[in-house]
Design a protein around this ligand. Sequence first.
Ligand SMILES: *Cc1c(COP(=O)(O)O)cnc(C)c1O
Length: 396
Amino acid sequence: MRRVYMDHSATTPVDPEVAQLVMTYYTEKYGNPSSVHSFGQEAKEGLEKAREQVAALIGAQPSEITFTSGGTEADNMAIFGTAEAQKKKGKHIITSAVEHHAVLDSCGYLAKNGYDLTVIPVDEEGFVNPQDIEKAIRPDTILISIMHANNEVGTIQPIAEIGKIAKEKGVIFHVDAVQSLSKVPIDVKTMNIDLLTISSHKIYGPKGVGALYIRKGVRLLPRIHGGGQEKKRRSGTENLPGIVGFGKACELAGERMNAEIERLKVLRDKLLDGIVERIDYVKVNGPRGDKRLANNVNVSILYVEGESLLLSLDMMGIAASSGSACTSGSLDPSHVLLAMGLKHEVAHGSLRFSLGKQNTEEDIDYVLEQLPKIVERLRMMSPLYDKLLHDTAKAQ
Ligand SMILES: *Cc1c(COP(=O)(O)O)cnc(C)c1O
């Protein structure tokens, strides 16, 4: 059977070139970067080269990159590190209703422990309005945390506009760019970003490694204390194989970015248009065109359960997701879709296909061949769909 992986927003396969390099740092260049001998120096060189490669992809200085165990830790570091460092200035934080749980739950924790939180709503396509953010800023606002591109519906936020506002008002601006890295050009300087979260395993690098860009001069208190690695910002012996792999993945992503964005957009639109054409009662979630991530397709298929769709697709070798990978397995509908105004039952029938490097036009054709058959079969078992057919027949 054909196997089609379309869950790249959950994770990606490690690029073979990256995997090969990573291996050498397990078996040959295994020194501790803090050691003074040649083994240590060799490791240190690998570490610093990776820092340059990561920095280059986002327009930062290498000294502004702190490696972490992934996107989740970088989000936590940005939010708690700022909250701690700025608490004398104030305790008000602004975020949006569609953030990743790593941001939302960190802010939620602070809200329960003496901080004030404003959660900015989004419109029906998932956009925050920069003016809403501007209006929410108070003298005691210490942090604005808004994601670049949404992991569920692919909405790309007006980050440069928000950055301009944050800069004018002198508020620290954190951006979770895990999904946009390598799919939307990022320049932390022109976008006026102070803190930027990125993760390796979403861009064909190894799992368990990520980074926080910390603009020079931004104060952040450490959350992990110990040996003083990463300029005392994040202690602990570095995950060198992972970091070196992340660096290489960034380099490759930078080289391929423009061509790959264009290729993915064509596949994305073919899949989106194909689903809308072939299946009745479908709602596209998120915007169309250039303000949508090049690799994201998200639709609500009415009168079917997202979970049943996923299982049926999986039986045909197709890997997709419903809502975000982190929330599937629970029956709570996605907080992102609810924030966009979807009713519970519509949010429940939502399906995300996130495309990647190996996906081809044939893969899209295969999904477009299988999905309508699956939907038809599942709808036959749905009492709501039965009632709909009945009511439309009566109306005619
Ligand atoms: C995957 C993801 C994260 C978490 O990154 P990890 O490296 O898996 O911890 C954070 N934010 C967004 C938007 C993501 O998609």
